[in-house]
Write a protein that binds this ligand. Structure first.
Ligand SMILES: [Zn+2]
Length: 183
């Protein structure tokens, strides 16, 4: 696929012609990316490097930690359901909405049965809004801010300046624009 495809074209490929990017692949990507995003953000704050987000979303997550359950002692999360629902035409281009059902488990790691006074869990729906981000070469390094180069053979982004590497470049085909939570 060439790099000059528009985000509208990419959204159409997903929703009308799933042989290039399928809705199922997008749902699988979303599951993996949201898991990484959750723990990376909780543990490293704005220095998240695996998942691309807008600055606005990072600020929103910092301001509303309870909303995203970053304030809990979460041991693990599971995402039993994810579905690419629809595309949205917005001022900043075409976004794809993906709905996920997320289970958060608090204080369960020391118990095999996961039933004690301290155990708690929550089931939220997260609606994530993703922008197709197909220009691989303009990705900015989360550690130093320099431009990263995409190595096609390794399927990996590399920063010439500080050496930061981002494996699994599928993470870089999408940028997280917003996340809405339904509790
Ligand atoms: Zn760098």
């Amino acid at each position: 696929m060439s790099n000059d495809i528009s985000s509208q074209d990419l959204a159409n490929l997903i929703f009308e012609n799933g042989d290039v990017y399928s809705k199922a692949e997008l749902a699988e990507f979303a599951k993996e990316a949201v898991k990484r995003l959750y723990f990376d953000f909780r543990d490293y704050g704005e220095n998240i490097s695996q998942v691309k987000c807008t600055k606005e979303l990072i600020e929103k997550m910092k301001e509303h930690k309870d909303y995203y359950r970053f304030d809990k002692n979460i041991d693990t999360i599971s995402i039993p359901y994810a579905e690419a629902k629809r595309t949205l035409n917005t001022d900043i281009g075409t976004l794809v909405e993906v709905k996920l059902s997320i289970m958060f488990y608090d204080n369960s790691s020391n118990n095999e049965e996961v039933v004690s006074e301290d155990d708690r869990y929550w089931n939220d729906s997260w609606y994530i809004y993703l922008k197709p981000d197909v220009s691989k070469n303009d990705c900015t390094c989360a550690k130093c801010g320099a431009n990263m180069k995409f190595d096609e053979a390794k399927d990996m982004l590399e920063c010439d300046y500080c050496g930061n590497k981002v494996i699994n470049a599928v993470m870089n085909k999408w940028r997280f624009i917003d996340i809405k939570v339904e509790k």
